[in-house]
Design a protein around this ligand. Structure first.
Ligand SMILES: Cc1cc2nc3c(=O)[nH]c(=O)nc-3n(C[C@H](O)[C@H](O)[C@H](O)COP(=O)(O)OP(=O)(O)OC[C@H]3O[C@@H](n4cnc5c(N)ncnc54)[C@H](O)[C@@H]3O)c2cc1C
Length: 311
């Protein structure tokens, strides 16, 4: 294919799960790996700040005209299945290669179906594999880091390169590539991940997929019971501070269900900001600032954003 498609003035409200935000300068869809070689030149020509957009499930964008170039990975970066590369650790673990644009829910389901454990806690997290790596997405005590063996990247200055997971800085909703500072002008993106998943320790190997499917279903049910999964949100707004979960601090500060115009902190889980239909970014940011100030006054905690703000 070797193609790059450019669309002018894409709407972030249409490209994000929360449905908010103005128009970027352009969307640059890179169809396959050979086309990535041309990306730096295309970005230079277009002018603007390049940002990597996965499936937009963790983005809160401002309204108006934003000086952003949204880079997206196309069909050459997805797959129906993770690619099995072989066994490790005396057969106890399997290594899989996964392209960055593969949807995370499909990956989690396929691994569980194959009897491979390690990512089932990520059940119900929308997004792409690349976004999950870049955010170190996680829940129910599991995260991407737990299975990550290596990551492949493309950067405007270095071209294609790979890193072992141990060479990366990965923590709670934190991911950094040493040597590539976040604020550097070398735009980089994840093209794929190498995963190490374990066989579920069960006496009868044939029972593994069923056991994992049951676990997956239970995690999905718990998420649906406790979070507004069917509503328009960007996931958790704030990171959980050491003191207590952000949802509890928000609830104690009186923000559970607090609404402003078309935006509201969910009545089901206070750390989810939902767009009830006609929400505006300005309302979301006003609620965020009010909540931050109230939690600081009440609990002395400075809440840190988990969602990525684009402006
Ligand atoms: C209902 C709901 C529930 C959620 N539950 C959870 C949860 O339980 N746990 C959790 O951790 N998150 C959760 N999230 C948040 C979100 O789904 C995750 O952060 C997800 O991993 C983001 O993936 P994405 O592809 O949508 O990334 P995007 O939202 O598109 O981007 C997120 C960040 O990753 C970067 N990025 C995306 N792709 C790449 C790439 N290929 N290379 C480099 N950088 C990239 C972007 O630039 C941006 O900084 C939830 C969201 C929703 C809407």
């Amino acid at each position: 294919m070797n193609r790059i498609r450019i669309s002018k003035a894409p709407s972030l409200a249409e490209l994000t799960s929360i449905g908010l935000g103005g128009k970027a300068l352009a969307e640059v869809l890179v169809e396959d790996a050979p086309a990535l070689e041309r990306l730096p030149e295309v970005l230079r020509r277009l002018g603007g700040r390049p940002v990597m957009l996965g499936r937009g499930s963790n983005i809160l964008a401002r309204e108006g005209e934003l000086p952003l170039l949204l880079v997206r990975l196309g069909r050459g970066f997805t797959a129906a299945e993770p690619r099995f590369l072989g066994l490790e650790e005396g057969g106890a673990a399997g290594v899989f290669a996964v392209p960055a644009a593969m949807p995370l829910p499909a990956l989690v389901a396929k691994l569980c179906r194959g009897g491979w454990s390690g990512l089932q806690g990520l059940a119900g997290i929308p997004g792409s594999v690349g976004g999950a790596v870049a955010m170190n997405a996680g829940s129910f005590g599991m995260d991407m880091k737990g299975c990550l063996k290596g990551v492949s990247f493309f950067s405007a200055r270095r071209g294609f390169f790979t890193r072992q997971a141990a060479e990366l800085e990965i923590g709670y909703r934190h991911f950094a590539v040493p040597g590539l500072a976040e604020d550097s002008d070398d735009f980089w993106l994840v093209t794929g991940a190498l995963l190490n998943c374990r066989k579920q320790a069960l006496e009868a190997p044939a029972a593994r997929p069923a056991a994992l499917a049951a676990e997956l279903e239970e995690f999905r049910r718990r998420k649906a019971r406790t979070q507004p999964v069917g509503e328009r949100s960007a996931g958790c707004v704030f990171k959980n501070p050491a003191l207590a979960p952000a949802g509890r601090l928000l609830e104690e500060a009186g923000f559970k269900g607090r609404a402003l115009g078309g935006m509201a902190f969910s009545g089901r889980h206070a750390n989810f900001l939902v767009n009830t239909g006609s929400g505006r970014s300005a309302e979301a940011f006003a609620l965020i600032e009010a909540a931050r100030a109230a939690v600081k006054t009440r609990s002395g905690v400075e809440l840190e954003l988990e969602v990525r703000v684009w402006e």
